[in-house]
Design a protein around this ligand. Structure first.
Ligand code: COA
Length: 163
């Protein structure tokens, strides 16, 4: 059997400790975990794709089986390009479930041989979202417990530039 590859797609604008927790857990389950950054212009990301790649590469530098890529288009097509057998998503609360359920079944219709698995991040991160982090930090809130130092630094710098 060849190496087992999984894809963890998301917008990661910016990545939080919750995302990192999912990456660490998922990296233990597969030979290779590809963190796939969706450009997602609809969400009007604060960070460019290049900035998101750089942050996630730094955050995962000690996890040797993590690769970071950016993508446009369908997640399942990205999976095919990388021979991935699985899509990983984090589920934080019950309210995530409906959206994730729809997305998993859509992906299954598009690619029946690719499974989606859900990983629960640690409970202390279960309420985190990138939007909340951006909002709180822009208003001077201290969320240093929930976002990696490098992300906090980049976020403060970015918010200063965009003022
Ligand atoms: N910790 C902290 N926050 C988390 C989290 C965790 N473990 N897991 C999810 N979140 C947050 C994110 O920060 C994000 O917050 P935001 O909305 O405030 O920015 C939110 O939950 C969900 O975002 P994310 O996990 O980045 O997913 P997404 O919904 O933005 O992106 C894609 C989903 C990229 C996977 C999806 O759009 C996709 O598959 N796109 C490709 C097109 C495609 O294949 N379509 C067919 C399938 S439907």
């Amino acid at each position: 059997m060849g190496e087992r590859v999984a894809v963890y797609p998301g917008t990661f604008d910016p990545p939080t400790n919750g995302h990192l927790d999912v990456m660490k857990r998922a990296s233990k389950l597969f030979d290779k975990l590809i963190v796939a950054i969706a450009e997602n212009p609809d969400k009007k990301p604060l960070f460019t794709v290049a900035e998101r790649i750089k942050m996630i590469k730094e955050l995962t530098q000690n996890i040797p089986n993590v690769e970071v890529v950016a993508f446009n288009g369908l997640t399942v097509e990205l999976c095919r390009r990388h021979n991935a057998v699985c899509i990983v998503r984090g589920i934080r609360t019950f309210s995530d479930y409906e959206y994730e359920f729809q997305m998993a079944l859509t992906n299954r219709s598009l690619a029946p041989d690719i499974e989606t698995i859900f990983i629960m991040p640690s409970e202390e991160f279960s309420f985190l979202s990138s939007s909340m982090v951006k909002q709180a930090v822009s208003l001077g809130g201290d969320l240093s417990q929930f976002i990696p130092q490098i992300v906090l630094r980049c976020l403060k710098q970015k918010l200063k530039q965009t003022k």
